[in-house]
Design a protein around this ligand. Structure first.
Ligand code: CP3
Length: 345
């Protein structure tokens, strides 16, 4: 097994820097578009053979150091009895947004068996990959899932979820508890199916004020992280727009903190602390440029993180659909070929 990712999570030295990309199996790949052509994302996720093939594809095609489970953060909503549909370009939209006591009462206890196909995808992907690289399991963070549950669509700063914290503080805590418990069970089943690393996508938590994050979200994230780490699986905690709360992210207890491109990675790592790993943070837009700009910007990240174990190379957010696949290949090749003397080999 290529264990660069696991080693970086433990802050151990690696022969080459581990690299994988968020949304590495998405719309920029012709193979993905072909599999997705005549059905929606949800049916694609439920076709476990296709989902496993997509999980393995970027490893076989580009030689990335990890496979991420092909699924979506909205899938466990099915296990909670919260129906939703996937809207193109928008993401998950729940049928009946949950905003009051009645709505929360109607959320069912998490029925893990409703998402058995997710666990099956992990098992199938493992056998395709023959354990060549670790498979990253994932779930949404409780705040980010709450953004979808309350129906905060159409806005990138999630006013409904942010205001619920203040309008109905007791209800908010109840919702966070339900989601934390559900994600704990969901992650446990993924680990049992063979996920070796776990990423919590709390993509929208950076829309919160640091105080609201600290008081109304962080305790639940920490509980979830503790639970997963307790099973011996390293945790990567990813948010965007987190420059104003880097010190707080450290308190999640995650092994590695994932950051977006809006912050200097050297400064971010210093603020979080060098005893925690860091993941990121190339602007996905750079992959729309030519090879020289990719090498320039990726090189600057390599330089800013040199001589220190614990950096996982990634983008600051998902691969953009317009990205030429050959640019992903060029990036992976550059990161793996980079020698710490700064010379490309
Ligand atoms: O990274 C991977 O390659 C694995 C697959 C994966 C998907 N979604 C498939 C997907 C992962 C890890 C996710 C996580 C996810 N889903 C997040 C957290 C990461 C992030 O992007 O911040 C969030 C917020 C979602 C919810 C979601 N799903 C949104 C907002 C959207 C629409 C925006 C977009 O990128 O189109 C989706 C759709 C989605 N999930 C696609 C894929 C491949 C595009 C589907 C398509 O239209 O074919």
């Amino acid at each position: 097994m290529n264990d660069r990712l696991l080693k970086a999570c433990r802050l151990e030295e690696t022969d080459k820097k581990p690299v994988w990309l968020m949304r590495q199996a998405g719309r920029y790949l012709p193979e993905y578009r072909k599999l997705r052509r005549d059905r929606d994302l949800l049916s694609l996720c439920k076709d476990t053979e296709a989902a496993a093939e997509l999980t393995a594809l970027p490893v076989l095609k580009f030689g990335v150091d990890a496979a991420i489970l092909f699924a979506d953060i909205a899938l466990p909503l099915e296990g909670l009895g919260v129906p939703f549909r996937m809207v193109d370009g928008e993401g998950p939209v729940v049928e009946k947004p949950v905003r009051d006591e009645w709505g929360v009462k109607n959320i069912r206890e998490f029925d893990s068996s409703r998402v058995n196909y997710v666990y099956e995808t992990i098992r199938l992907a493992r056998s395709i990959l023959n354990d060549r690289v670790p498979i990253i399991g994932f779930a949404g963070g409780p705040f980010t899932i709450a953004c979808y549950i309350v129906g905060d669509v159409g806005s990138r700063d999630f006013p409904l979820a942010r205001s619920l914290i203040h309008m109905k503080p007791r209800l908010w805590r109840e919702l966070m508890e339900i989601l934390t418990m559900a994600m704990a069970q969901y992650s446990k089943a993924q680990v049992e199916a063979g996920a070796r690393v776990f990423q919590i996508f709390d993509s929208w938590a950076g829309s919160l004020s640091p105080l609201d994050y600290e008081e109304s979200v962080l305790p639940y994230v920490k509980a979830l992280v503790d639970e997963i780490r307790g099973r011996g699986v390293p945790v990567i905690y990813f948010t965007t727009c987190s420059a104003g709360m880097l010190e707080l992210l450290r308190r999640t207890g995650a092994n590695v903190i994932g950051i977006d491109w809006r912050v200097d990675i050297g400064r971010a790592w210093r603020s979080i602390g060098f005893d925690v790993g860091i993941q990121g943070n190339l602007d996905p837009a750079v992959l729309l440029g030519d090879r020289d700009s990719i090498v320039l910007r990726a090189g600057q990240i390599m330089e800013a993180t040199r001589d220190r174990p614990g950096h996982i190379f990634n983008l600051g957010h998902g691969v953009l659909p317009e990205t030429p696949p050959e640019n992903v290949a060029a990036l992976v090749e550059f990161v793996h070929g980079y020698e710490e003397d700064g010379v490309e080999h």
